[in-house]
Design a protein around this ligand. Structure first.
Ligand code: ADP
Ligand code: MG
Length: 666
């Protein structure tokens, strides 16, 4: 025992030879109280050497915590100089100060300041997270430290499941996570019962013995009696600085596990992953709030995706129908335009025009059309039907499919054969159920004709109507029924891939050449199609605008809740900063949270849209919503963007918090 005392003399020169670890010179700290300045620290001069155990005592409100916060680089001196390792802290930026806190200091607070939603291991790991050390390595060290502090059985416990003494031991483990060269303990036993307090003091003494510099605030004289140096503070001034020679317990410093080495290359990636994990934990621990925040985004994304899918589907439906009746056809009519009263008396549209048109390169086929409303009879049933005299190509030109039978041949046309193709409606009216239409003979006017084909029921938007149509060869209609030589119209099918506008011009030119005067007009569905596309485009634009507005509203909701969340989690932010989080870490964490909420909302929104699309198919048979990959991608991009844009302000607010004030909040 004697030997030990002699081996560790604490005469002043021994400590003054080496440069002090911490050096305060003329440090003052003033607070603004109303319109007066209040000096919490007055001209403090203090030097602390590596390996010292210093107790700071003094009455409540004397400035002990203020001094500790300045020592730990959590707070700035209003005046004077504070050097760590000879480095003037005034000259360091936030990043460097965060690094000092992270790598050199370990804080132990009276109220433990653990994060309530993390278990013991995760709490202890936090300082290493901001160093960027590997997950496994960090986890291992946290377990080891907790084990050495007697908490091996409480690794997965949350702070609320631990006693005060246990929580304080967790916070000691956290302080040691990155090495904790300087332990700053502000009344560490203040909230503990005698037994736990003694336990914590024993640990601090052991740490001191293991080589840590320990600075300890206390107003318990018995606690202070453990220290080799006691500094007494009163009214912001040091009134006593006593050194009591003591012998440190001989603990082998080598038992201290090495601090995790930072892995610089993977550090930022690891930090991002950690921000992701932390965001996830934060979101999961506030499920209700997260859901409500997401709701706005879900509604926004659902409307964006559904609306564009409905727009696409409807447009496709309409365009398909137009295409079905032939956007690639041009009709040539007699007269100046539809409804021309003189049209009936114009007889210049003739079969020779059809022949000439058929010779045009751009034209697939041209077919003559004559038609009248005619009385059609089967046994005792009379109906009025539209009789069309056409060539056999007409069915192809008009895209009319047969449900049964065949169309007439060129031979039928030459012979003026008495054959007829009837449509679905006519078949139903004339024959009713149970009678096979094919092979039946019907009277068209006075001409008996054999039914050789029945057209399929046409559900096309533009054709579906209740009128009855029957088709006979043009020659039969002209020669045997109507006795008319001129045509009512010519249906022209454009060759595939030819621009309909140009062909339309060519047809007009040819007809004008042949007739010498413009006693005809042409009509084609291409313009209709363009109108439909234009209409649907502007409609989609309008609806998208509404959807975007709902997204913006959703985004504002996210921002609102994030701002609340920042306020609510001020203490958490303070703790993270105290253990070494940079401002950028805090900003990143809240941004990641915002983006995550929005992305989850986006995914739910997209899923919901697909569900709506599925329901749609159950109730609407004719057409379906069409989801394009582009709209889904856009939805993802929108959610991310909203997260970044509306998460930015809350994240910036969080990063700008003053750690001292943040820690003071409850
Ligand atoms: P101790 O820890 O010794 O009890 P503190 O260092 O917490 O005392 O406080 C010292 C003095 O500074 C007190 O009078 C306190 O009211 C004042 N003070 C501390 N922090 C602030 C602050 N953020 N704003 C205004 N006054 C403060
Ligand atoms: Mg205090």
């Amino acid at each position: 025992m004697n030997l030990k005392v002699e081996l560790t003399p604490l005469h002043p020169t021994a400590t003054d030879v080496a440069p002090p670890l911490l050096r305060l010179a003329g440090v003052s700290r003033s607070f603004r109280a109303g319109d007066r300045e209040f000096l919490a620290l007055k001209q403090i001069d203090l030097q602390i050497h590596a390996g010292e155990l210093v107790a700071i005592i003094g009455a409540s409100g004397s400035g002990k915590s203020t001094l500790m916060n300045i020592l730990g680089c959590l707070d700035h001196a209003s005046a004077g100089s504070y050097q760590v390792h000879g480095q003037e802290t005034r000259e360091l930026d936030d990043e460097a100060l965060a690094a000092l806190r992270r790598d050199h200091f370990g804080f132990i607070f009276q109220r433990y300041h653990l994060l309530p939603h993390l278990d013991a291991v995760r709490n202890v790991e936090i300082p290493a997270v901001y160093v960027g050390s590997g997950h496994a390595q960090r986890h291992q060290r946290a377990r080891e430290l907790l084990g050495r502090l007697g908490l091996a059985g409480h690794l997965q416990h949350r702070p609320s499941q631990l006693s005060g003494g246990q929580q304080q031991r967790v916070s000691i483990a956290r302080a040691l996570m990155n090495g904790g060269q300087v332990i700053l303990a502000d009344e560490p036993t203040g909230a503990l019962d005698t037994h736990s307090g003694k336990e914590v003091m024993r640990i601090l003494l052991e740490l001191h013995a293991a080589g840590h510099t320990v600075i300890l605030v206390t107003h318990d004289p018995k606690v202070a009696a453990n220290a080799e140096r006691v500094i007494e503070v009163s009214d912001g001034q040091i009134i006593a600085d006593r050194r009591t020679p003591r012998s440190p317990a001989l603990t082998d410093p080598a038992t201290e596990p090495p601090a995790p080495a930072p892995r610089r290359l993977l550090a930022s990636l690891g930090l991002f992953r950690e921000a992701f994990n932390m965001a996830w934990v934060a979101l999961v621990s506030h499920r209700m709030r997260t859901l409500l925040t997401m709701l706005g985004i879900v509604i926004g994304i659902t409307s964006v995706v559904s609306i564009s899918a409905i727009g696409e589907g409807a447009k496709g439906y309409v365009l398909k129908d137009i295409q079905a009746i032939g956007s690639n056809t041009i009709d040539v009519y007699a007269g100046a335009n539809f409804g021309d009263s003189r049209a009936k008396s114009i007889e210049t549209l003739v079969l020779a025009d059809v022949t000439a048109l058929n010779q045009l390169y751009y034209i697939d086929s041209a077919t003559p059309v004559i038609g009248r409303s005619t009385l059609v009879r089967y046994r005792n049933i009379d109906v009025d039907a539209q009789l069309n005299g056409v060539s056999n190509r007409y069915f192809q030109v008009r895209n009319i499919r047969l449900a049964a039978g065949i169309t007439f041949s060129e031979d039928d046309a030459r012979r003026q054969a008495q054959v007829v193709v009837i449509d679905h409606n006519t078949a139903q009216r004339l024959f009713g159920p149970g009678v096979e239409p094919l092979g039946q003979v019907i009277l068209i006017g006075n001409l008996p004709c054999t039914v050789i084909g029945v057209a399929a029921d046409n559900k096309n938007l533009f054709v579906a109507n209740k009128s009855l149509n029957i088709w006979v060869p043009y020659e039969t209609a002209a020669g045997r029924v109507l006795g008319q030589r001129h045509l009512d119209s010519i249906s022209v099918r454009i060759k595939d891939g030819m621009p309909s506008k140009m062909v339309d011009e060519q047809v007009n030119k040819l007809m004008l050449q042949r007739h010498g005067t413009k006693d005809f007009f042409t009509n084609n569905l291409d313009s209709v199609m363009q109108t439909v596309e234009k209409t649907s485009r502007s409609l989609t634009l309008l609806l998208s605008l509404i959807a975007v507005i709902s997204l913006v509203v959703g985004g504002i909701g996210v921002m609102n809740i994030m701002l609340v969340s920042v306020t609510e989690r001020t203490r958490e932010i303070g703790i993270r900063m105290a253990v070494g989080a940079r401002q950028s870490d805090i900003r990143q964490q809240f941004l990641v949270e915002a983006v995550m909420v929005c992305l989850m909302g986006g995914v739910v929104g997209i899923a919901l849209s697909y569900a709506i699309g599925y329901l749609f198919t159950l109730f609407v048979k004719q057409w379906h919503m069409v989801f394009s990959p582009a709209s889904v991608l856009t939805a993802f991009a929108c959610s991310t963007l909203i997260g970044v844009v509306f998460g930015f302000v809350p994240a910036r607010n969080a990063a700008r918090l003053d750690p001292i004030e943040a820690l003071a909040r409850d």
